[in-house]
Design a binder for this molecule. Structure first.
Ligand code: GTP
Ligand code: MG
Length: 716
């Protein structure tokens, strides 16, 4: 981590992230700050990129880089995970700490929250201990203004000895000043005075002894007082990163070792034992923060967050909290199900109209029949299904979900579920990683880094894929629409029934997550749950326009693009399997016949099982593969709407039981290829990856077997 090779002009920053300078004129700028203060929003506004933002702490867990220009100068901007302090505890906080300390940034922008500056100053002072090349960005000033919080920015800047810029990043206010200031600091136009934390006299004088030695040993540009404190604090993870940065171990130096022992003995005489050293350091910093805050900030309305508290009383109450949460999600599903129906039909009619024209066009161009078949019936038709089945529900669900995320509702969900996770002996933040899984399980797995304890992180990782991701939601919705909307009952009752079904399935996924978490903590991953404090951010009015654009670009089109890229070759493979005959039968029917007995045992059939296997690269293509396979086996029907599609499935033996088992297996089966790779990368272990693969699959098989057996008994 943190290696810089000045002679080649190449900066290697950490194990999985590199900042590569193309020329020495490029400056590396790091965005540091507490979680949820708007770092990624500043990053997106300056670079034009689309880092994940939302109103809850812990979204960014990996470094991201982007570029921007100012006055013809090139800047590489690095967005790092939020951290409360450099005395870090969780994995993503270590990523942040190492980047701040060893990333060799030309300037560090510390983004702070104007509405809770006192706590944010803690990190500011710590970073100023590492480097003077800092610009403090006091963000969210619009919210501070609403809450009548007055900040004297000039005074703050004078005290801290670095520029302080007020911004409202979401509306780009103050960002011009920010980039100018960053430019000036990076190119040395402005020389920062900086700020030095004053510890107690005894600590200052003892630390000085070590600093004097380190000054002669360390040739790299890093503050030796800061390193001395860290060495005395015995922060192991920091020590490892430091060794990597320096290229040697300071603790192997006899002189350093002796002085550290000496200092420790001296400090003990003043009752500052090993474990109290950190407390001393932290309390000095906190005192200084309080002092600076009281000098620069005036609260004109002390009851500024009364409204939020009133809403929280209802949303996080023991009685109303969970029911409201379920009702809100159910409402989201209802909007998605009812809203997706109509556009889905229009889209599929349109795309199949094009299909007919395509055939005519290719015939006109005298394409051989087999080629027209491959292109249209194989590739195009699969794509048409992916688009018409997936696009409408995603285009409705994700913007609505993002609005919920931006308003600050998600951490309240985590708060409500905390006690259940504690009972399951897992970590309360697991609910946040679970919600991230709704977007994408691979992201959810990486997001597990916000959990400090390795045991609880593993539990969260192993159970993340229980939450249906982008690729599986549309499948669930399509099946519900085909088999339950307007079929069992019609009109408004049908959409309510569909909503209840989807809500029940998601509830089952949550209950299963809790159950398996508990099972794991009682068996393979024994331990007691660690306590944590989750910050409940203020409620924010989401920016509807931006949310729409972001969720459509980021999620909907991204997922659709991925599905299309995978669906096209999958369509081709299925077409070939269906059309290449060996001894009178197609390869496809050999495969489905082989899988049929197992499929039927769990209420499905060989085709569905094969679709799940072929859907390993991306879950999105499971339904199109099923359709393709059924169509390839002779039932050629005009599939211009979902009713026709249902007929196709029913003609192939689907019943309500098949639909229910299909939904269950859709939620509980092996994670997709990308997620498996991510689990392997995050856990570094094949054993846990295999377990993450087997766990949901076994649950799915058991549940489907039970449902199909019960239904056989009932309908015999
Ligand atoms: N009102 C207001 N909201 C803002 C402003 N800047 C950011 N936000 C909102 O604050 C929330 C957090 O923003 P992010 O950019 O995701 O914060 P972050 O610091 O990257 O968060 P982590 O990656 O979780 O540490 C989002 O809901 C933003 O829309 C601002 O200037 N004004
Ligand atoms: Mg972020």
């Amino acid at each position: 981590m943190g290696l810089t090779n000045k002679s080649t002009g190449l900066s290697l920053i950490n194990d999985n992230f590199e900042v590569i300078k193309f020329s020495n004129n490029e400056k590396i700028i790091t965005l540091a700050g507490n979680p949820n203060v708007g770092k990624s929003t500043v990053f997106n506004e300056l670079t034009g990129l689309n880092q994940h933002t939302g109103n809850w702490p812990g979204k960014t867990v990996e470094n991201a880089k982007g570029f921007y220009k100012y006055n013809d100068n090139n800047f590489i901007l690095v967005d790092i995970p939020g951290t409360y302090s450099l005395i870090s505890s969780s994995l993503e906080e270590e990523v942040a700490r190492d980047f701040i300390c060893f990333g060799n940034s030309d300037t560090i922008i510390i983004v702070t929250d104007a509405t809770c500056l006192e706590r944010n100053l803690n990190l500011v002072l710590q970073v100023l201990e590492v480097t003077k090349k800092v610009v403090v960005c006091v963000n969210l000033v619009d919210e501070a203004k609403k809450r009548k919080i007055k900040i004297d920015f000039d005074k703050l800047s004078n005290i801290l000895g670095v520029p302080v810029i007020a911004t409202s990043a979401r509306s780009r206010k103050g960002l011009d000043k920010l980039v100018k200031s960053v430019n000036d600091v990076s190119f040395g136009v402005v020389k920062n005075k900086g700020y030095e934390i004053k510890y107690s006299d005894i600590i200052e004088s003892e630390v000085k002894k070590l600093t004097n030695i380190l000054d002669s040993l360390i040739k790299k540009d890093i503050n030796t007082k800061f390193i001395s404190i860290k060495l005395l604090d015995m922060d192991d993870t920091f020590h490892d990163s430091l060794n990597q940065f320096l290229g040697f171990d300071l603790m192997e130096n006899e002189e350093v070792k002796n002085v550290i022992n000496d200092i420790k003995n001296n400090l003990e005489q003043y009752d500052i034992k090993n474990y109290l050293f950190r407390d001393e350091i932290v309390s000095s910093i906190i005192q200084e923060c309080e002092k600076i805050y009281s000098e620069c900030v005036v609260l004109e309305n002390k009851k500024y967050n009364e409204k939020d508290r009133k809403i929280d009383k209802i949303l996080t109450s023991k009685i109303t909290g969970i029911p409201i949460m379920i009702i809100l999600f159910a409402f989201l599903f209802w909007l998605t199900i009812t809203g997706a129906n109509y556009p889905s039909e229009i889209l599929s009619k349109f795309l199949f109209w094009i299909q007919d024209k395509l055939i005519l066009g290719l015939n006109f161009l005298h394409f051989p029949d087999w080629l027209t078949n491959v292109l249209v019936m194989g590739i195009y038709r699969t794509l048409a299904w992916v688009i018409s089945v997936m696009l409408p529900p995603m285009a409705i669900f994700f913007p609505l979900f993002t609005l919920m995320e931006d308003s600050g509702f998600l951490p309240r969900i985590a708060f409500n579920l905390d006690k259940f996770f504690k009972k399951a002996k897992a970590h309360g933040k697991q609910s946040l990683t679970m919600i991230m899984g709704i977007g994408c399980n691979a992201c959810g797995v990486v997001g597990c880094r916000i959990i400090d304890s390795p045991r609880e992180r593993l539990i969260a990782t192993l159970t993340n894929s229980f939450m249906p991701c982008n690729g599986r939601y549309p499948t669930l919705i399509a099946i519900i629409t085909m088999f339950f909307s307007g079929v069992v009952v019609s009109g408004i009752t049908s959409s309510i029934l569909s909503t209840i079904l989807l809500t029940l399935i998601i509830l089952l996924a949550v209950i299963m997550t809790l159950f398996i978490s508990k099972l794991l903590s009682k068996t393979l991953l024994k331990g007691i749950p660690s306590s944590f404090s989750l910050e409940l951010p203020p409620y924010r009015k989401p920016q509807i326009g931006k949310v729409l654009i972001r969720s459509i670009l980021d999620r909907t089109l991204f997922v659709l693009g991925r599905a299309i890229v995978i669906a096209a070759p999958a369509g081709l493979i299925i077409w070939c399997m269906a059309n290449i005959n060996i001894y009178g039968s197609s390869i496809l029917s050999y495969c489905t016949n082989f899988l049929d007995p197992f499929g039927e045992l769990i209420g499905l059939d060989g085709t569905i099982i094969m679709a799940f296997i072929l859907g390993f690269p991306a879950n999105e293509i499971v339904i199109p593969i099923i359709i393709m396979s059924y169509m390839a086996t002779g039932n050629i029907v005009d599939l211009s709407d979902l009713n026709m599609l249902r007929d196709l499935l029913v003609n192939n033996g689907w019943t309500i039981t098949t639909a229910i088992c299909m939904m269950l297996f859709c939620v509980f089966h092996f994670p997709c290829g990308t997620t498996c790779l991510t689990i392997k990368k995050e856990t570094g272990s094949l054993k846990w990856t295999v377990l993450a693969f087997l766990l949901p699959t076994l649950i799915g098989i058991i549940l489907c077997f039970l449902v199909s057996s019960i239904s056989k008994l009932l309908f015999m």
